[in-house]
Design a binder for this molecule. Structure first.
Ligand code: ADP
Ligand code: MG
Length: 481
């Protein structure tokens, strides 16, 4: 047993989610990503004296939706606070946040980990605004500031220290990404920084109750980096303890190039943010009516759909998971089930044909050109034995993308309907048998597995139209002769 096995890792996350509102949290500036630097700014986001913030209602709605989805308690009265610090990308000199009364408290989410199902408790969710962006790597001796992001609305979802491995953090972050996309409150894009997290990491001897001293690795916007940072921290802290040292509470930066964490500041030098109530924003009261309205408009959540796909449509848990990863796909499948009773066939069509097609063409399901009725009819065509799966997927499916015609019409027009015509099949079977005397002998001597070869050959000669059952029966009869 290695010394590392004596310890258990404990992790808690502060997850930052950039909300997909059109305008910023407290002014009308465009909040979208990717514009030329410093074009989405105004006197308000620049913090000019005399300007006043105004609340974006969508921000409240989105935060409430997340809270409801996670089963949190929504606070009836919400206050904003100022968090004061000096930094070049924070022109106001403070960030508007919620310190004393966050919008949502408690709740949690089930995640499927390598160690089985685990419930991760949420501590709270609060609203705040983002700071601008400092860019240090454009010039050797200068820092560039882009304030487009300054004032973009965020929610911070803080978990309890319930994670025990980097893998659990990974699946949780994936679940959060999936959830915010289902709720349509954020694009959950980690590369663009819409979803990022601070990882609080500590270690303790297995079997002990008390948490160890923790360090916080800031601003992870890639799960690969987060996993590496957590692994590095775990080993660093254990090494420290094993060599008689002590972990001190620190804020750390992870450098992906070197794979190591280094201190940004320690507890003694921790910021005193001098929080105080934001005097320019009145408290936000969330009425029962407002809450009822949001509840009524909540979309179906991914785990609810997953359960439904297993129970109602009898899909395997694996397929149910695949089909619920993206909301658009899940809803498309759900609609498809109104056009076929062969749910498994529908799932196969989605997973094996439509999804790969979408990724190949780099389009979303919304831009998918065929309709549910055509696809339902395609499944029916296979089930009726009119065409094989292969013909349906390879020949008819591509046609559906450019026409409103039904699959049966296409099959007729392209002469693809499977033939049960014994005369036609018998001719092909005879030909194949005549062409392969050695294989026929081998079959007759007992190599019965060769039936697959003969089937394949007849199928090829028929251009995929031979009805498999009839062909098989014919072959078995003729090969025995
Ligand atoms: P703050 O960062 O403001 O001091 P908290 O002390 O409440 O806030 O903790 C913030 C985050 O740190 C939470 O996600 C929490 O789960 C996590 N955390 C707290 N204690 C530990 C610990 N001993 N080990 C790992 N994570 C912890
Ligand atoms: Mg913190």
């Amino acid at each position: 047993m290695s010394v590392y096995d004596k310890y258990e890792t404990v992790i808690g996350l502060e997850v930052h989610i950039q909300l997909g509102t059109k305008s910023k949290a407290f002014c009308g500036d465009d909040a979208s990503f990717g514009a030329p630097p410093n074009t989405h700014i105004s006197t308000i986001s620049l913090g000019h004296p005399g300007t006043l913030p105004r609340l974006n209602k969508k921000q409240i709605e989105y935060a409430v939706k997340l809270g409801l989805a996670l089963g949190s308690k929504i606070s009836p009265t919400n206050n904003f606070d100022r968090k004061n610090y000096f930094y070049a990308d924070l022109p106001k000199g403070y960030q508007i946040t919620q310190d004393r009364m966050p919008i949502a408290i408690g709740g949690g989410i089930d995640v499927e980990t390598e160690a089985g199902k685990r419930y991760i408790r949420m501590h709270h969710i609060h609203m705040e605004e983002d700071a601008g962006k400092s860019i240090h790597d454009l010039a050797p001796d200068a820092t560039f500031i882009d304030l487009n992001r300054a004032g973009v609305p965020l929610v911070e979802a803080v978990t309890e220290p319930d994670f025990r491995s980097a893998q659990e953090v990974d699946v949780f972050m994936n679940a959060m990404r999936q959830l915010v996309r289902y709720l349509e409150i954020s694009d959950g894009n980690m590369q663009e920084g819409s979803l990022r997290c601070d990882c609080n990491v500590s270690v303790r001897l297995k079997g002990t109750e008390e948490y160890g001293e923790r360090c916080e690795v800031k601003n992870m916007n890639s799960m690969r980096f987060a996993r590496r940072a957590i692994e590095f921290e775990r080993k660093r802290q254990i090494d420290l303890l094993e060599s008689g040292g002590k972990v001190t509470q620190q804020t750390l930066n992870f450098d992906p190039a070197t794979g190591i964490t280094s201190p940004l500041r320690d507890k003694e030098n921790a910021h005193d943010y001098r929080y105080f109530p934001e005097p320019d924003l009145p408290p936000v009261v969330i009425s029962d009516d407002y809450l009822a309205n949001i509840k009524a408009g909540m979309p179906t959540l991914p785990w609810v759909l997953q359960k439904e796909f297993i129970e109602k449509y009898k899909l395997s848990p694996y397929n149910a998971k695949l089909l619920t990863e993206e909301k658009g796909i899940a809803l498309f499948f759900q609609e498809l089930t109104r056009h076929t009773k062969n749910y498994k066939g529908a799932a196969n069509l989605m997973i094996n044909k439509i999804s790969p097609w979408l990724s190949e063409e780099k389009v979303t399901i919304r831009e998918f050109p065929t309709n549910h009725a055509q696809l339902g009819a395609l499944i029916q065509l296979i089930d009726d034995g009119k065409v094989s799966n292969t013909i349906a997927y390879q020949r008819i499916f591509p046609e559906l993308l450019t026409t409103k015609k039904m699959p049966s019409e296409i099959a007729e027009a392209l002469n693809l309907v499977q033939s049960d015509d014994t005369d036609f099949l018998e001719k092909l079977v005879d030909e194949v048998i005549a062409k392969n005397p050695d294989k026929v002998k081998a079959y007759q001597k007992g190599k019965k597995g060769l039936i697959g070869f003969f089937m394949g050959a007849v199928m090829k000669a028929s251009k995929g139209k031979a009805a498999p059952k009839t062909t098989n029966a014919l072959l078995v009869k003729k090969l025995q002769a």
